[in-house]
Design a binder for this molecule. Structure first.
Ligand SMILES: C[S@@+](CC[C@H](N)C(=O)[O-])C[C@H]1O[C@@H](n2cnc3c(N)ncnc32)[C@H](O)[C@@H]1O
Length: 412
């Protein structure tokens, strides 16, 4: 395909998104199914362009005209010159020649975050600007099977570097928008379980838990097991990790992942086995709660999710967070710790939820977020902590957005 066909396909997909916001991957797949002439480079171009348009959807006026938002993306973000843009719209299979008004279109003075959230963001302008950039691919070295040096060598051909903050992290810088991302999951080192795809911020939330050797740990919202695997790695297969999730289908991939990673200290507890979960009440040293949330911290990677969040969805997530905190607290032993994590930097999903929780559960007290972390990690994460929370974000730490709070259950 040439520029006109690719740009026209992108505008059509974005028009469908405008009419009914759905995950971009689904919309691109639907298009590709009917566009048998499109090769993998065409799909990468269309996906990359759609993602970049969605990153600036509000300030480029996408809600009113995906066509103008695409034009502004090509002009302002991709740096295409006038002649190339004219040809891309008016050429064969193009979306149609530009009008004079369209040629004069300018970005709006609006922040690229959902309007209803502007008041809830700690630093809305910086936040919106950082979401306009593309995210790197981060990997966690599985120390049960490899070390960073070995993994780095195995991934050198993909341009992997040491990640700046996580001592077990590797980072592949973002690819140009119109190109395919690095094929991490097809390299032998991935198949052998040496690395997992995991954002550096996500890795750090587990690393802050410090030395967990021999401990009894419950990963209460284990989902597909991203944090479970990282916990098992930190514990070097010692002690015990119980991986539970209320949704059995979310847990499904965990078994294969545990096998591939060589994680042997994990017991998976399905929601159909309430008696196994019940037996753990009041017994755990650490309960790790990777709570359901808006996912705002991943909007740099998934700009399509940003415009799908509604006030109703957010309220639902907050109710789930309150419920998860209350349920998870039952499993912490006296003197043990509950770590509350979200991939969101909205106060209403973090500080406000924890404040609500300790109002009722007065035997839990907020502890410094790095109370258990190694000295090295304390130093590295110093710029991102306050007395009560670790706050990672695309603008501050160049990671996905994560907030972590530690709650210590008092003895007796
Ligand atoms: C952010 S995701 C977890 C991601 C996972 N920890 C990982 O690293 O891949 C949140 C999970 O919480 C689960 N969840 C929601 N409400 C829950 C509840 N009341 N009890 C346990 N799990 C719950 C959801 O099913 C979802 O899988």
């Amino acid at each position: 395909m040439r520029d006109p066909g690719r740009v026209a396909a992108s505008i059509d997909i974005l028009e469908r998104y405008r009419q009914r916001p759905s995950p971009l991957s689904v919309l691109v797949q639907d298009w590709a199914r009917n566009a048998r002439y499109a090769g993998s480079k065409d799909r990468a171009f269309v996906r990359g362009l759609c993602l970049d348009v969605l990153r600036r959807w509000r300030s480029f006026g996408g809600e009113d005209s995906p066509r103008i938002a695409t034009l502004l993306t090509l002009k302002n973000l991709w740096g295409w010159d006038e002649a190339r843009i004219e040809e891309a719209f008016s050429g064969e299979h193009g979306h149609g020649a530009l009008s004079d008004d369209e040629r004069d279109a300018r970005p709006l003075d609006a922040l690229d975050v959902p309007e209803f959230l502007e008041h809830d963001l700690p630093n809305a302008e910086q936040f919106a600007a950082s979401l306009g950039t593309r995210a790197p691919v981060d990997l966690r070295v599985n120390t049960l099977k490899a070390n960073r040096e070995k993994a780095l060598k195995a991934l050198a051909s993909l341009g992997a570097l040491e990640a700046p903050l996580s001592p077990v992290g590797l980072r592949i810088p973002p690819s140009p928008a119109a190109e395919k991302g690095p094929g991490v999951t097809v390299i032998p080192a991935y198949g052998k379980g040496w690395v997992e795809v995991q954002d550096e911020g996500s890795q750090l939330t587990v690393l802050t838990c410090g030395d967990l050797h021999g401990q009894q740990v419950l990963d209460f919202c284990a989902g597909g097991g991203g944090k479970t695997l990282a916990l098992s790695g930190v514990m070097e297969n010692s002690g015990q990790v119980f991986a539970y999730d209320a949704d059995a289908s979310r847990l499904a991939p965990i078994h294969d992942r545990l096998r591939r990673a060589g994680a042997r200290n994990v017991q998976v507890i399905a929601p159909q086995e309430p008696e196994r979960l019940e037996a753990l009440k009041g017994k755990l040293d650490l309960v790790f709660v990777d709570a359901p949330c808006s996912g705002a911290g991943t909007w740099r990677r998934h700009p399509d999710a940003k415009w799908r969040l509604t006030p109703e969805h957010l309220a639902q997530r907050q109710a789930e967070q309150d419920q998860v905190l209350r349920q998870a607290a039952e499993f912490v032993k006296p003197g043990g710790t509950l770590v509350f994590v979200t991939c969101s930097f909205l106060n209403s999903e973090n500080d406000e939820r924890v404040a609500e929780f300790i109002n009722t559960y007065s035997d839990f007290l907020i502890e410094h977020p790095l109370a258990a972390a190694s000295e090295e990690l304390k130093e590295r994460l110093q710029p991102f902590v306050s007395e009560d929370a670790l706050r990672l974000s695309p603008w501050a730490s160049d990671t996905d957005g994560f907030t972590l709070m530690r709650l210590k259950r008092q003895d007796g």
